[in-house]
Design a protein around this ligand. Sequence first.
Ligand code: HEM
Length: 411
Amino acid sequence: MSALDSTDVLRPGPRGFGKWVAARITAAIPWGFGLMRRFRPILRLGSLYVVTLHDDVREVYRTDQAFRVPYKDNLDVITGGEPFFLGMADTPEYQAQLDAMRRVVRPEDLSMLAARAESMAEAIVAASSGAVEVVGLVRRVTFDLLAAYFGVPEPAVGRLDVWATRLFEYQFTGSPKDKDLRAQVDAIAPAFRAHIDAEIARRKARPDGRDDIIARCLALQAAGEPGYTDVEIRTAVLCMIVGGPPQPPMVVPQAVEQLLRRPAALAAAHGAAMADDDDRLHDIVLEAMRFDPLAPALPRRATQEWTVAAGTRRQQTIPAGATVLVGFASAMMDERRLPTPTVFDPGRRPYEYIHFGCGLHECFGRHINHATLHRMLKPLLARPGLRRAKGPDGRLTKNGIFAERLVVAFD
Ligand code: HEM
């Protein structure tokens, strides 16, 4: 089977001893962050700097003039060299692209997306015979929901979830050394672009009255609005599908694993789901995510010298050319800004969380996430007697940056 028509959403990960070592390293990261916060909050390793405190993480994210996103080169491979705002500095082009997407991805869509996420998840849970694999559940719901919202059908050959997840992996972890990943991306990326081009062309030839993001973009194109050429629409929609849907199947199962470790929190989630208290359920799931968020850190590249935490004892001048790992997972455990960070507390205030980044590149999909992530778990959490499946299936496994498998059972 080729990269294009593969049905494996994740590439084969390490096995046996390699898998055990990878799991131990991942488990040690929060512990290492704890030591750094205490003894070396801004750690320097040659030209690499690791920033761990809440205030400093926010400072680096918010100082785009000195700390730029390093995503452009990999994005160019995916988009065929077309610019997308995730890879840009704060320029007029960045703002124009962002505005173009904000005109079509609208706040009034959120309640519809939330309701659909819940009903799609309910259909899957109801059709199960008392056991559900959570990563697969969240992946199915997210891709079906967001692919329909953006207006991208499944390709005739291949699968959107496989294509998007492979490109996401390349976008955020791809290195020139990983020749296998690059070869897969070189097959998938042009096919994905052609697939969206064909959909745009089909819509223009035979408008079908649908209301989705591609249709809204084409309506603005027809009205002569700037920012909506066919290539601009294709690039934005491609990058949204690559950047968005692969992430809920990472963080939402991780949140379930955290709830399963805390019977009181799981009982609270069950109560909120049964009572249709979506706000409370949202807060519980967001708090569960804090104990195992998307990643330990996100990268930035210093483009000019900048002193982080200037005027404090920990101040550190970071030179141009350095790489900075911005430890947002660590920031969400920083006792200087979060009261009792090791306690599971769904009553936290919004600023305590940095799940979706902050500053210039704060997640474009954050409102969609706040509306939908807990709703796709609600049907499962509402089931009585929710528990781990017996044996290894009932423990969350990971494969590189991705959550891989977690089976739960209910009465
Ligand atoms: C669990 C779900 C998600 C998580 C945890 C997440 C997390 C993030 C984070 C941390 C960033 C900032 C990256 C950085 O600063 O380096 C980001 C940016 C972004 N996200 Fe999300 N995201 C999620 C879902 C989505 C969805 C569903 C979409 C689209 C519908 C989306 C679209 C984007 C885009 C376009 C950016 C770039 C924003 C910019 O450059 O201004 N994300 N996301």
